[in-house]
Design a protein around this ligand. Structure first.
Ligand SMILES: Nc1ncnc2c1ncn2[C@@H]1O[C@H](COP(=O)(O)OP(=O)(O)OP(=O)(O)O)[C@@H](O)[C@H]1O
Ligand SMILES: [Mg+2]
Length: 263
């Protein structure tokens, strides 16, 4: 069963089609890899799915045919479609726990009736308890009182995912979660992504680290110039001529299994 359907979506910036008549179907419960050379439109795709941008044309359906294109990003997040950012977006001078609690505040609709009922303190207690669970789940329990800005890069990224989890996603969009990580940090993040997936969360991951994408995903969609170039299993993608051509001259070609050519 599909949980997300992108139908004929385009997004123009001036005359440039960052996304060009794209069709994509994501099954409930999968981890889908989205790859493609720099500027292929991967981040733009996440931005149109999550409501940061309204598509120039086309439609996006979420869960049993609910149309979401054109809805506000906050509304889409509330429905369970949540993204992390390519560059980690955090409150640097808040503690780890406070970052996640704050994300829950932004997400939870603390309606006026519960305020009248004097339930504010109760809501706050529940928020902190849930935030703490998420922080521990992401392996950050020992760092809960540390300021976000003081965390090593790998833990900052884990916090970025914790902040997204605070919104209780059904679908999580991860934009380059492994960028700038050491091999150890990467291995830890891959384990965490698997753990999140095991909670029943559908995951879309944009990532340049081919080895990791191929390890995590059973199915991969390749974008090039805003279009869907090809979709398939890691083995199919690795051996696809059009994918190899699209990547020629980029750093990523070596990890696709091809020869890196001098540019
Ligand atoms: N806000 C914007 N205004 C104008 N052009 C944009 C904007 N955002 C993206 N673009 C352009 O759209 C194209 C796709 O960009 P996008 O960031 O989606 O690529 P990407 O696949 O995420 O690349 P990378 O792998 O480098 O992150 C690029 O040509 C980019 O310059
Ligand atoms: Mg990008």
């Amino acid at each position: 069963m599909s949980i997300l359907e992108v139908k004929g979506v385009s997004k123009y910036f001036g005359g440039l089609a960052a996304i060009d008549n794209l069709n994509l179907t994501i099954r409930e419960g999968e981890i889908r890899g989205i790859i493609g050379p720099n500027g292929a439109g991967k981040t733009t795709l996440f931005n149109v799915i999550s409501g940061v941008y309204r598509p120039s044309s086309g439609q996006i359906f979420y869960k049993a045919g609910k149309r979401i294109d054109g809805l506000a990003a906050s509304k889409i997040a509330e429905m369970g479609l949540v993204r992390t950012f390519q560059r980690t977006a955090l409150y640097p001078n808040f503690s780890v726990l406070k970052n996640v609690t704050a994300a829950r505040h932004l997400h939870a609709r603390e309606n006026i009736f519960s305020v009248f009922a004097g339930a504010v303190k109760k809501i706050e207690e529940v928020n902190i308890k849930k935030a703490l669970e998420i922080v521990e789940f992401m392996g950050l329990g020992h760092l809960k009182n540390e300021l976000a800005t003081n965390l090593p890069h790998g833990h900052q990224r884990a916090l970025g995912v914790a902040i997204a989890l605070a919104c209780e996603p059904k679908v999580l969009l991860l934009d380059e979660p492994l960028t700038g990580m050491t091999p150890t940090e990467k291995a830890q993040m891959i384990d965490l992504i698997r753990k999140v997936h095991q909670q029943g969360i559908t995951i879309l991951i944009v990532e340049h680290d081919m080895r990791s994408v191929m390890e995590l995903c059973k199915y991969i969609s390749v974008l090039d110039f805003g279009k869907l170039l090809v979709e398939g299993t890691p083995a199919e993608i690795q051996n696809d001529e059009s994918v190899i051509t699209a990547y020629l001259g980029t750093e990523d070609i070596t990890s696709l299994g091809g020869e890196k050519v001098a540019t």
